[in-house]
Design a protein around this ligand. Sequence first.
Ligand code: PNS
Length: 166
Amino acid sequence: MLEPMRLAVYPGSFDPPTLGHLDIVQRAARLFDEVIVAVGINRNKAPLMTVEERIEAIEACCSPMRNVRADAFEGLLVDYASSVGATTVVRGLRATADFEYEFQMSMLNRRMRPDIETVFLMTHWEHSYVSSSMAREVALHGGDFEPLLPPEVVPIFARAVARRRG
Ligand code: PNS
């Protein structure tokens, strides 16, 4: 019997995608037939990178993985996941700080769409201190953000930082 294709959505702001994000994508790509890395568009936030830049950055660092693609979505994550036929949402967890927010979000998503499962993957300990907000903070103060990001993301993020710093 043919197994149904296992499609997972890995959502986030990815402003910018970090080494921690890439590590989660690599793990997810080994577990699922296809992974969509989905940039959530939040009109209430003022991101540093445009949606197009974030997609470009995800595509650049994920290109060796043939079963990974980038997309963007607006509105509820569960609606997007079901519209593309995904059965699973993947989120990364770092230490304990992420737990409360992730717990709340997964409960809410399950309440809205019980058929979509959230799966948490633990980030490699080496990346446990890395976050997009830290990368933005370091970069906007002129610090060296390169060690936090996949090399392919660096020039794309640097462009956005230069634009913001003027
Ligand atoms: O990387 P982030 O900023 O933690 O990602 C958050 C994201 C985009 C996954 C989350 O804000 C989201 O799912 N937004 C879409 C709106 C939604 O579905 N909200 C209900 C769940 S809290």
